[in-house]
Design a protein around this ligand. Sequence first.
Ligand SMILES: Cc1cc2nc3c(=O)[nH]c(=O)nc-3n(C[C@H](O)[C@H](O)[C@H](O)COP(=O)(O)O)c2cc1C
Length: 187
Amino acid sequence: MTPRIAIIVGSTRPGRKGSAVGQWVLEQAKEREGASYDLLELADFGLGLLSEATVPGDADRAYENEQTRAWSRTIDAYDGFVWVTPEYNHGVPAAFKNALDLLYPEWNHKAVGLVGYGVDGGVRAVEHWRQILANVRMIVVRAQCSLSTFLDWRDGAFTPTERRPRELKRVLEQLEEMAGLLAPLRG
Ligand SMILES: Cc1cc2nc3c(=O)[nH]c(=O)nc-3n(C[C@H](O)[C@H](O)[C@H](O)COP(=O)(O)O)c2cc1C
């Protein structure tokens, strides 16, 4: 089985830096043979703020809102994810956390690789995500790619420094390995 991986751009902010990061991840990943990769912009899903009456773990995927159902179908189709995350006020971005909170079984037994960015590489958000993602029974790989808004952007353009492709490669290798190992648990 070749794992299907979605790269999720988790910022929904107009003018977000995250789109360039997601495009770069896709460029680096698309020639890889260990998995297939798609790029998703969370903003395209128009999700409501925890707009479901039933707790996701009890809903059995019977969501009330079509936007949530479309998000559920999309996430169900993937074996793993690259989480492209900014850091907002030393934590995870609210819209991305909401998108996670809206679902539950769709995330279970899937692998995640974290690509963070911020003035300190987004590392506080990334460490926060590790704690959160464990609760939806996802396995986050050890390698991470931490992009600095000072070093990896020049004049507003994303220009990753020389070591970043190697860092990302390690994330993708571990992600593909973990997505494969978890496949039997997903049935
Ligand atoms: C509400 C808000 C809070 C922020 N807090 C942080 C922060 O805690 N740490 C950090 O490194 N950058 C912080 N920033 C700056 C972001 O790193 C920067 O705006 C980046 O472009 C956000 O990613 P995005 O453009 O993809 O949304 C914050 C930005 C916003 C909008």
